[in-house]
Design a binder for this molecule. Sequence first.
Ligand SMILES: Nc1ncnc2c1ncn2[C@@H]1O[C@H](COP(=O)(O)OP(=O)(O)OP(=O)(O)O)[C@@H](O)[C@H]1O
Ligand SMILES: [Mg+2]
Length: 390
Amino acid sequence: MASVTLQNVKKSFGQVDIIRSVDLLIADGEFVVFVGPSGCGKSTLLRLIAGLEDASGGDILIDDHVVNALTPKERGIGMVFQSYALYPHMTVYENIAFGLELNKESKETIEERVMNTARILQLEKLLKRKPKQLSGGQRQRVAMGRAMAREPSILLFDEPLSNLDAALRVQMRAEIKKLHARLGSTMVYVTHDQVEAMTLADKIVVLNGGRVEQVGTPFELYETPATTFVATFIGSPKMNLLTAKIVETGKHQTTLHLPHAGDLTVNVDSSELQKGDQVQLGIRPEHLNYVSRDKMTSSDKTIGTDKNSDTSNHSGLPVRNIEYLGNESFVYAGDDSMEEPYLARLSVPCRFVEGETVLLDIDPVHTHVFDSKGRALVRTQVDQPLAAQN
Ligand SMILES: Nc1ncnc2c1ncn2[C@@H]1O[C@H](COP(=O)(O)OP(=O)(O)OP(=O)(O)O)[C@@H](O)[C@H]1O
Ligand SMILES: [Mg+2]
């Protein structure tokens, strides 16, 4: 097993900088997922670790050794690609054994490694079949087996499930997770699918334009995104971002004015900002709750009414679109003045119709505030006694 360290790693193709100074620590045995939009450099970074690309700058270390000059084989790395090609004329056994034969391993070693790999991947009963006699998921497992049989200390996966249908992806996702638990090897997995990232990773690395945007556990990235990019990339459907103005700054609490909702006090440190500064308030769709007009109290903070300008008029926002998913509904609500409607994820049976006005409740505890550069303001403790805050 092995750890991987990237120190100021850069990669340019010609004049174009693709990877811009990446520092990263991947611990021994860790499952790390690189996630980010298409073209952000995920595959390039993985290929740099594998030794399939030369770095234009910086160092790549495996354990404590700089491996920049080593070939992929010398690095002890196995890699599974998105478009894997099995040898069609070879059996599953022969496909898995092929790399070991090239390495001139003994017949006994090959037999032992193939059987061990087949056992882990549950391919024992399929060893005599040819690839065309296998399902997509089984073929994918053979491709993984090929990479694993050499017993690499580090396994790299580049979107290995993207050719599979939705149901099979879910099944294979679970198998890869089990595989990691069984093997305990260091795994680096690339995907642009944030659900895959959330469900597989010990640690997620969010990449954006060749830079690391944030590194953290799935929980940390979801609960405390450092930037609007991470906030809107992690979580589906994505977080609502509402433009707001600072009414009152503070080290522990900040009051914001939101068009359509009035003033809202949130537990963030805005001491570096000024009254009147524009910020963005982030709220996930599951934290916008529908408030029935009958049950509304004066303390409810709702979108659809600006209590500062009119305390009696709870006019609501018109529903633009409803996506009914059976167990929940996505409700898009907004008037003509808004570029993007609010998106609420409602688990209750939703009987709205398009055009109807709704009131949506914001719970300040579940909000995020970002400055004009898109960086999150530090959240302060929610349960801090007021006396201790000032
Ligand atoms: N050999 C190359 N020569 C020139 N440009 C390249 C080369 N390989 C990749 N690029 C460019 O580098 C950028 C990052 O590519 P990369 O394949 O790492 O993206 P990615 O994050 O894996 O995207 P995707 O999710 O689409 O696979 C892209 O703009 C791509 O066009
Ligand atoms: Mg890629």
